[in-house]
Design a protein. Structure first.
Lengths: 105, 154
């Protein structure tokens, strides 16, 4: 096993751990925007993971997976942001609690 | 096994391994920042900068060592695409979150957009108007005004 493949196996574990930690943010929220940002990071992490699989296995075809994931992740993020912007604040939102430290409904 | 791998490795492979390890470390740092920072805008700092750098370093390692038709070019293409899209997506999320009234960290001490709105309505005509009518009332005293904060700083 070559050095780069060993390194890639180890780095895969690190990136997987990073993806798990990012999932914590998706679960905790508390708002849609936080989840969208975490999804964006998650797509980048999975693209990096695909690159690491390319290194570990020697198949350059995994790089195409990474490229496709980066593209789809970007489009998903933009669509998500449009969705957030369209929603706007809830009619019953109190200005103070909404802006500083308050919980979002 | 590791010692043999080191003995057999050329310097290009060692350099690529270092790049990959650094990239993985940056990915982990980005994820930790995602969890530890306490509002969307700070979290976007972590994800968009550290995350892109981590993935870019990993792709640079792949470009150095992978052989095959255009593997290096494809890896470079992924890096270029990430570098182009990451700022855009972060900006789009942050803007939508701000306009939708995302919670700010209690440590936020300056909010330039609100200061502008206090001086008069700021319409964002560039955005096709699909999020109209949701801007904050001018000068709603929820946050200390940026001007006061700037004066305190001096």
């Amino acid at each position: 096993m070559s050095l780069i493949a060993l390194t890639a196996e180890f780095a895969s574990l690190v990136v997987l751990a990073a993806a798990l930690v990012t999932t914590v943010r998706i679960v905790l929220g508390p708002g849609v925007a936080e989840r969208a940002a975490a999804m964006d990071l998650l797509s980048v992490l999975v693209a990096a993971f695909a690159g690491l699989r390319a290194l570990a296995t020697g198949f350059a075809a995994y790089l195409d997976v990474a490229a496709a994931l980066a593209l789809v992740g970007f489009l998903a993020t933009v669509a998500f942001a449009r969705f957030i912007g369209r929603r706007g604040p809830r009619p019953g939102d109190d200005e103070v609690s909404r802006r500083r430290g308050g919980e979002r409904p | 096994m590791i010692a043999e791998a080191f003995a057999a490795a050329g310097w290009v492979e060692v350099a690529a391994s270092l790049l990959v390890l650094g990239g993985a470390a940056f990915c982990l740092v980005a994820a930790i920042g995602m969890v530890r920072f306490d509002d969307v805008f700070m979290q976007l700092h972590a994800s968009t900068k550290a995350g892109t750098l981590g993935a870019g370093l990993i792709m640079a390692g792949a470009a150095l060592t992978l052989e095959g038709a255009g593997a290096a070019a494809r890896a470079a293409g992924v890096v270029a695409f990430l570098l182009i899209t990451a700022p855009v997506s972060a900006h789009v999320i942050a803007r939508a979150a701000y306009l939708a009234g995302a919670r700010l960290s209690p440590r936020t001490w300056i909010d330039e957009r609100e200061a502008l709105e206090g001086a008069g309505p700021l319409e964002d005509g560039a955005d096709a108007g699909d999020d109209g009518g949701e801007d904050d009332a001018p000068g709603g005293g929820a946050r200390p005004s940026s001007k006061a904060a700037a004066a305190n700083r001096d």
